[in-house]
Design a protein around this ligand. Structure first.
Ligand code: NDP
Length: 260
């Protein structure tokens, strides 16, 4: 299903930096009105100032996406300021690195709260507005680690596998409601993500690989929304890893074990 984004209305979670920020900007360039959600409100206001000259409405909601009251404020802002909702971008996410044996038990709980439960509840809360929307779509930002688990990221991988399974299920269920579901699975992307991990007990020594910029990912996300794609992996080596894992999972298991 092709989409004309001019005049569409979107909520973007995790819009204060990285992929969320660039996706919000790219949507605004296509004429989409925005509700921006993240904890660093001053960053959202700066982004709002950048977006306003593009001639679209923009509203900042500062707060933690795991807080039901904050999620409700985002929905209320979409209804009140934008007049509805056509696009929900569930992008807010956090990471952690280190072996499972060294991990604080709270690590997996927090990762699941932000990366999975908040995404699920944001989707649930958006449904009434999306059902009245114009060619509505839910965009869930996962990861290539939602397709293939790797060492030093077990809990993060689990949270993104959960996103993948949830998304595939609701994609089938929402067909009847006329709501599309797009899953974005980025690979290594140049953002603040790795500096802001909630716990780092160890770092993997992966081979050198060049990250892509958040702007490149954002352009592909918006292109996928417009063209009606259901899955994108905006990273060449991510596509290679996923393909290899489908064809020879045992070989990838052995390769991964060498990095521990
Ligand atoms: P950034 O750290 O730059 O952005 C993360 C965004 O999420 C920030 O805007 C942050 O805002 C927001 N966020 C985090 N926790 C919360 C919270 N509790 N409540 C509200 N907002 C929150 O990283 P990226 O742009 O790279 O990450 C975006 C998505 O992309 C994530 O889902 C991540 O898992 C995924 N991804 C990233 C990859 C990478 O290599 N960078 C690779 C694969 C996937 P604030 O702190 O202001 O609340």
């Amino acid at each position: 299903m092709k989409r004309n984004l001019q005049g569409a209305r979107a909520i973007v979670t995790g819009a204060s930096s990285g992929i969320g920020r660039e996706t919000a900007l790219e949507l605004a360039r296509h004429g989409v009105g925005l509700v921006l959600l993240a904890r660093r409100e001053e960053r959202l206001r700066e982004l709002g100032d950048q977006i306003m000259p593009l001639g679209v409405k923009v509203e900042a909601v500062g707060g933690d996406v795991t807080d039901p009251a904050v999620r409700q404020r985002a929905i209320d802002a979409a209804r009140g300021k934008l007049g509805g909702l056509d696009i929900l971008v569930n992008n807010a996410g956090i990471g952690a690195t280190g072996l499972f044996v060294d991990a604080d038990p709270q690590r997996v709980r927090r990762l699941m709260e932000v990366n999975f439960f908040a995404l699920v509840e944001m989707t649930r809360l958006s449904l009434p507005l999306l059902r009245q929307g114009n060619r509505p779509i839910v965009v869930n930002v996962s990861s290539i680690l939602g397709h293939r688990g790797v060492p030093y990221s077990s809990e993060y991988s689990a949270s993104k596998f959960a996103v993948q399974g949830f998304s595939e299920s609701i994609r089938a269920e929402f067909t009847k409601l006329g709501i599309d579901v797009l899953v974005v699975s980025p690979g290594t992307t140049e953002t603040e993500f790795f500096d802001r991990v909630i716990e780092r007990t160890d770092d993997p020594k992966w081979p050198e690989h060049r990250p892509v910029t958040a702007a490149v990912v954002a352009r592909q996300v918006v292109c996928a929304i417009r063209s009606g794609k259901h899955e994108i992996i905006p990273y060449l080596w991510g596509r290679v890893l996923c393909r290899m894992n489908r064809l020879a999972p045992g070989l990838v298991d052995r390769l991964m074990a060498r990095y521990v």
